[in-house]
Design a protein around this ligand. Structure first.
Ligand SMILES: NC(=O)c1ccc[n+]([C@@H]2O[C@H](COP(=O)([O-])OP(=O)(O)OC[C@H]3O[C@@H](n4cnc5c(N)ncnc54)[C@H](OP(=O)(O)O)[C@@H]3O)[C@@H](O)[C@H]2O)c1
Length: 216
């Protein structure tokens, strides 16, 4: 087996931290670089932690596969500009730097309903990220479009508890194409990202929430 090197963005988040566990455990990867804002204190023989300034980064690392689990909320970011940095500009800039440096696969979490022409700012931003990534001609690009993500989040988000209760009740009713609207476990997204990276089929691929749920 030809081992690969990975770069992971968003390794401190709900989905990113689960993906980090999987990448470190996987025999496919000989090293996993994470870009973080501040030191995590985590150590592992395969882990390379880089504290970077996402606004000014102009360099790439050696990585075959790049995973992007970056994201924020308007509430946290406070302005549309700050939100766009995290959910659009950072992923696109790092994707470009890594492609130019020889990365072969890019796997990014977007969102259900992403559309560059959407009237909804969040969906439009995610759609613009997808569009920019698709134009880059990565040898292999996977975009994941989860619905509402559930998992053990340390940060408390307003309304999240209630949303989880509602989705617990509603999920069993969502079958067929409606399955894309059911909430999805963060563990399933992490498993799906590793699975599709391993497959690494050429071209651009969009993995909908209903398909991610097959990994639950
Ligand atoms: N949550 C949902 O229901 C939902 C639904 C659909 C799609 N999504 C998308 O799925 C992806 C993963 O979601 P998640 O809930 O697992 O993410 P999350 O727990 O909110 O984690 C977000 C990650 O992005 C990093 N980040 C945030 N602001 C940053 C900044 N200004 N500069 C650098 N890094 C920053 C965080 O780092 P720090 O630890 O340094 O803050 C963290 O590692 C995101 O793209 C999200 O938009 C989420």
């Amino acid at each position: 087996m030809q081992q690969r090197k990975a770069l992971l963005l968003g390794a401190t988040g709900l989905t990113g931290s689960l993906l980090l566990d999987r990448l470190l455990e996987s025999e496919l990867y000989s090293s996993v670089t994470i870009y973080v804002r501040k030191a995590t204190g985590r150590s592992h023989p395969k882990l390379i932690e880089e504290c970077i300034d996402f606004d000014t980064i102009q360099t790439a690392v050696e990585a075959d596969d790049v995973f992007c689990c970056l994201g924020t909320t308007i509430k946290t970011a406070k302005t549309r500009e700050a939100f766009s940095k995290v959910d659009l500009h950072y992923p696109v800039k790092i994707a470009r730097l890594q492609l130019d440096a020889g990365s072969k696969r890019f796997l990014a979490i977007s969102s259900m309903g992403a559309n560059p022409h959407s009237m909804v700012f969040y969906s439009r931003t995610k759609g613009l990220m997808e569009e920019a990534l698709q134009r880059m001609d990565y040898p292999s690009l996977y975009i994941f479009r989860p619905s509402f993500i559930v998992g053990n989040r340390t940060e408390k988000r307003a309304g999240e508890k209630m949303a989880i209760r509602i989705t617990d009740w509603i999920n069993p009713l969502l079958a067929g194409p409606l399955r894309n609207y059911a909430s999805v476990k963060a563990t399933a997204i992490a498993d799906a990202m590793l699975h599709y990276a391993t497959q690494g089929q050429s071209g651009n691929h969009c993995i909908l929430s209903g398909t991610i749920k097959n990994f639950e």
